[in-house]
Design a protein around this ligand. Structure first.
Ligand code: HEC
Ligand code: HEC
Ligand code: HEC
Ligand code: HEC
Length: 160
């Protein structure tokens, strides 16, 4: 039986590593159980298939991977995944942390910013139109369905 206070304290100590970019990725399948709508929407997006746009040769090219599969080497997660945008989930993905939005952010949960998108959607990416943040957000919507479900008072993370 662990004391919650100690658990949080050790979490905060580990979080120093998390904040420094040291939090490990848990992979999109770990998020799926509690965020099924987000997962399904992400699976429909090009981010979930970004690595497959590359030829076998290009999959070995660090330049291409830096946007199409940035954590493939360091974290063994392929494509542009949940954690590419939301930060490595090692410390924030346990349920008791997720339910405390302040704590979750303290230990590595990131609110993805326009600047973050632009680190990949820049002038060198092969898009026909300049990157429009608001429009692009709509195109990757994986939160509306979950928010609607939450507003209806249903929580899939409660039943395991
Ligand atoms: C054990 C279940 C569980 C897992 C695993 C989990 N989450 Fe969560 N997550 C939750 C719960 C519960 C909330 C709080 C929802 C609410 O506010 O009612 C949440 C909230 C969030 C939020 C919104 C936070 C806020 O305060 O605005 C994001 C973003 C998020 N999770 C992303 C992720 C990602 C990415 C992963 C995988 C790395 C993940 N979650 C894994 C249960 C989980
Ligand atoms: C790590 C790099 C990276 C980040 C960060 C990133 N993207 Fe992307 N995004 C890509 C890549 C690569 C593709 C193209 C995938 C493919 O088709 O191979 C893409 C594709 C897209 C598409 C589909 C474009 C189309 O032609 O259909 C949208 C929309 C999009 N991203 C929105 C966003 C938004 C909004 C953000 C920020 C919240 C973001 N992206 C952050 C790399 C990134
Ligand atoms: C700076 C980030 C970045 C780098 C580096 C990058 N890409 Fe991309 N790539 C993108 C983005 C963003 C898109 C999606 C553009 C859009 O549709 O808005 C994309 C789209 C593509 C597509 C089109 C996929 C589709 O669905 O039609 C191909 C193919 C592609 N990139 C190949 C490559 C190759 C090969 C390399 C390495 C030589 C590379 N990319 C390097 C960001 C990048
Ligand atoms: C390209 C970047 C990107 C990727 C990939 C991504 N997200 Fe998000 N996510 C965002 C952005 C940006 C928002 C906030 C949108 C808003 O509030 O307008 C968001 C919102 C959310 C929310 C809603 C939080 C709330 O406040 O209600 C959850 C939950 C979430 N994401 C989970 C996930 C999960 C799980 C995955 C992978 C299956 C994932 N995300 C993949 C950028 C991303």
């Amino acid at each position: 039986m662990r004391v919650p206070g100690i658990r949080i304290l050790s979490l905060l100590v580990m979080a120093a590593a998390g904040a420094a970019g040291g939090a490990d990725f848990v992979g999109p399948d770990s998020c799926k159980g509690c965020h099924p709508e987000a997962y399904d929407a992400w699976m429909q997006s090009k981010h979930a298939r970004a690595e497959s746009s590359l030829t076998e040769q290009q999959k070995k090219d660090g330049r291409c991977l830096s946007c199409h599969s940035p954590e493939q080497v360091t974290q063994a997660t392929v494509n542009v995944t949940c954690e590419t945008c939301h930060g490595g989930g090692q410390y924030y993905s346990p349920e008791y942390v997720m339910k405390d939005s302040e704590l979750a952010r303290l230990v590595g949960l990131v609110d993805p910013s326009e600047k973050q998108c632009r680190s990949c959607h820049d002038a060198s990416s092969p898009s026909l139109r300049p990157f429009d943040f608001k429009e692009s957000l709509k195109a990757i919507d994986h939160w509306s369905a979950e928010r609607a479900r939450r507003a209806a008072g249903k929580d899939p993370s409660v039943k395991k």
